[in-house]
Design a protein around this ligand. Structure first.
Ligand code: PLP
Length: 392
């Protein structure tokens, strides 16, 4: 069948491809350890599952409003007030099928062909592809280890043109784990406030910070808030990736447009998932504390292990559940001309899956997810160490 030019230009998500390849090998009985996952390895909390069950029994099994059920929009408004000191009315909140679809709908609703979107790199795999899908142009800005993989105000200023319509910020960051401080964000806001640039802030890893507070750029003043669209969801905060619930907070006219788009595409998020999401935000705060502590312990252990690998260096990440080590030197010492081929050889010879940095716009690095139990992570690191020792 002849496919459209648009679809032919899309690169499928490399992280999902590698995760699928690892899953297939495991099904074939290979003793694979996948450090490629972009999702918490826990099950969804029982009370959230029970809330979905009860909602179904209560007859909440029909289409819902395209912007989300009122009770969930209210629960999100409360969360934004309590956790982020931000006032959004339910009319300024849209619920979509995961943050991924929320982002896509935002791009559809705001971008015209030829518009430029600033994308600090390393970036999450889907931003650039989604932006291209709506005919706009991603303009990447390479950040570096020397600045903790943070976009500087000077870099931002240097990339703004008359075609710049939007910037996408992501903190805590996938893949680097970088968390922008209030001061970092203030400096960026000082530049952005003098423009009409739309600021999309992806805060999906918000709760996963270790000793550094998450700050939303929208909380820094009325002007920057009026330019901002906050994107968040339940996937990473409550181990709910399969339930597909994400949301956006922003100007009411945008939210109405997102609802119109949804009414003609997917109608609404699954009704029971929305009820499950309400119960997630009503959970005891102890859940959150324990959840973050587990990831912080894993981060500490994973960081120690990765920095113990020969020829590998890595910044200590402050958030999310990824390490982003520099792997080029190790690749070259082992006889590979790229981190891509090094990562492939590691998978083929040690059965450990990690994601090459090229998927995120930084080909000399790789992403290592520590959303696995420590015993598996340690075993994986031992295998990679043995591999490097053998080849050098
Ligand atoms: N944004 C970032 C930075 C992510 O890493 C992910 C998932 O990996 C998403 C958005 C999408 O999350 P959701 O499951 O809500 O679609």
């Amino acid at each position: 069948m002849e496919l459209s030019e648009k679809v032919k230009s899309i690169t499928p998500s490399q992280t999902i491809e590698i995760t699928n390849a690892a899953r297939k090998l495991r099904e074939e009985g290979v003793d694979i350890i996948s450090l490629s996952a972009g999702e918490p390895d826990f099950n969804t909390p029982t009370e959230v599952i029970e809330a979905a069950h009860q909602a179904a029994l209560d007859g909440h099994t029909k289409y819902t409003a395209s912007t989300g059920i009122p009770e969930l929009r209210q629960a999100i408004a409360k969360k934004m007030r309590d956790d982020n000191q931000l006032d959004y009315s339910p009319e300024e909140i849209y619920v979509g099928n995961g943050a991924k679809q929320v982002l896509y709908n935002i791009f559809l609703a705001t971008l015209n062909p030829g518009d430029e979107v600033l994308l600090p790199s390393p970036y999450w795999v889907s931003y650039g592809e989604q932006i291209k899908m709506v005919g706009a142009e991603p303009v990447t800005i390479q950040t570096g280890e020397e600045n903790g993989f943070k976009l500087t105000p000077e870099q931002l200023k240097a990339h703004i043109t008359e075609k710049t319509k939007m910037i996408v910020l992501n903190s805590p960051n996938n893949p680097t784990g970088t968390v922008y401080s209030k001061e970092d964000l203030q400096k960026l806001a000082d530049v952005l406030e003098h423009t009409d640039i739309i600021v999309v802030v992806d805060e999906i890893y918000e709760i996963l910070t270790y000793g550094t507070d998450h700050v939303s750029i929208a909380s820094l003043g009325d002007k920057i808030k009026s330019q901002s669209i906050i994107v968040n969801g339940f996937s990473k905060s409550h181990a709910m990736t399969g339930w597909r619930v994400g949301y956006a907070c922003g100007p009411a006219n945008l939210i109405t447009a997102l609802g119109s788009l949804t009414s003609q595409s997917t109608t609404s998020v699954a009704s029971v998932s929305q009820y499950a999401a309400i119960s997630a935000y009503n959970m005891d705060s102890e859940y959150r504390k324990d959840y973050v502590q587990i990831f912080q312990n894993r981060r500490d252990n994973a960081y120690e292990k990765i920095t113990g690998l020969p020829y590998v260096r890595c910044l200590k990440p402050d958030g999310a559940f990824y390490l982003f080590p520099y792997m080029r030197e190790a690749a070259v010492k082992c006889g590979y001309d790229s981190v891509d081929s090094f990562v492939k050889a590691i998978l083929a010879e040690t059965y450990v899956a990690i994601v090459p940095g090229s998927a995120f716009g930084s080909e000399d690095y790789a992403r290592v997810s520590y959303s696995v139990d420590q015993a598996h992570l340690n075993e994986a690191m031992d295998r990679i160490k043995e591999f490097i020792d053998k080849k050098t």
